[in-house]
Design a protein around this ligand. Structure first.
Ligand code: TXA
Ligand code: MG
Length: 308
């Protein structure tokens, strides 16, 4: 249990929030849609703490909040259509899913290993000032416990996450009260992944194409067979260890589950690049954020449907 402070929105609250985020902690802040639980998007361990605080049983990719289009362009590829949408609707409640720029600083846990990233420049002054003070992109899912509805007041956040996060910045009730519109932009086509405050006149993507929320069809899965709960490696396997099981690489030599979550997708990508044709992963305990690690590993290990 941590002591959860609630500070009214203002310079002192933003300074304290920036200090905590700089130290790798997640902080709840208002946006114009719902309250978000923000962490440094370039720090995998900080992002792992977001999942842990929410008690998410799985890793959904998170929305990355940016100051402006310039900062966004450093993180993702914008075609003309994406640029036009951002110019028209940012800052505001529109999230664009775009190709992740190679070598961008975004932690792989944020995108759940996907080659795309969801970006938005929020309009709420609290989140904007926090982005300015932190000087880096902030990953922020809605600040509710997993499976609960999104918070539109600081009291909702406190009821759901009190004792799990160090600070809530109280900016009163949010203006929109529903989450941002999410649109994927790829090869000149727009797909509505989540309806929201901004109506672009698109009908929701067909069921099999739905990627949000929580129904991501295209979750990253390695292109090699993956064996779970491996105590040791077989000759043709690259073993990803954990704790006592050393492996060719490790999720955490010290058996730290937050560290394991933070580097999970990096280790899977690394394993995929090895000449050995198969991947094995050591047992990971399912307590705390370990449940989400196991969920993700099970998905990565299950055979992919044809054509995906
Ligand atoms: O209004 C909002 O968008 C709020 C505030 C805090 O900004 N944030 C929010 O985040 O609703 P979250 O994490 O609760 O929802 C993010 C949604 C998820 O459903 C996820 O599946 C989708 O965005 N998403 C994120 N990255 C994606 C990607 N690369 N491809 C497809 N969907 C993605
Ligand atoms: Mg949510």
């Amino acid at each position: 249990m941590v002591q959860t402070k609630v500070l009214p929105y203002g310079p002192a609250a933003i300074a304290e929030a920036a200090r905590l985020i700089g130290g790798g902690q997640p902080v709840a802040v208002p946006t114009e849609t719902v309250y978000g639980l923000a962490a440094d998007a370039t720090d995998g361990a900080a992002v792992a703490l977001v999942y842990e605080a929410k008690g998410r049983p799985s890793f959904n990719p998170l929305i990355v909040h940016v100051r402006d289009i310039d900062q966004a362009i450093g993180l993702a590829g914008f075609d003309d259509q994406a640029l036009a949408l951002a110019q028209l609707h940012w800052p505001g409640p529109l999230t664009l899913v775009l190709p992740l720029r190679r070598g961008s600083a975004i932690a792989s846990l944020v995108t759940a290993g996907l080659p795309t990233v969801a970006l938005r420049a929020p309009a709420h002054p609290a989140m904007r000032e926090l982005l300015e003070a932190c000087g880096r992109p902030l990953a922020a899912p809605s600040a509710n416990a997993s499976g609960r509805i999104s918070p539109t007041r600081a009291e909702h956040v406190l009821a759901g996450l009190g004792g799990r996060i160090p600070l809530i910045v109280d900016g009163g009730p949010t203006a929109h009260g529903i989450e941002s519109t999410i649109v994927a932009v790829a090869r000149g086509k727009l797909r509505l992944l989540r309806p929201g405050p901004i109506d672009l006149g698109l009908s929701p993507a067909r069921a099999e194409a739905v990627e949000a929320p929580g129904q991501l069809a295209s979750h990253y899965a390695p292109a090699k067979p993956l064996r779970l709960d491996a105590a040791e490696r077989e000759a043709d396997e690259w073993l990803i260890g954990f704790g006592q099981v050393a492996g060719d690489s490790t999720l955490s030599a010290g058996g730290d589950l937050v560290e394991a979550a933070a580097c999970l997708f990096d280790r899977l990508h690394e394993a995929e690049r090895q000449p050995r044709p198969r991947i094995a992963v050591a047992p990971v305990p399912a307590r705390g954020i370990g449940a989400a690690v196991n969920d993700r590993l099970r998905r990565a290990a299950s055979p992919r449907p044809a054509g995906s």
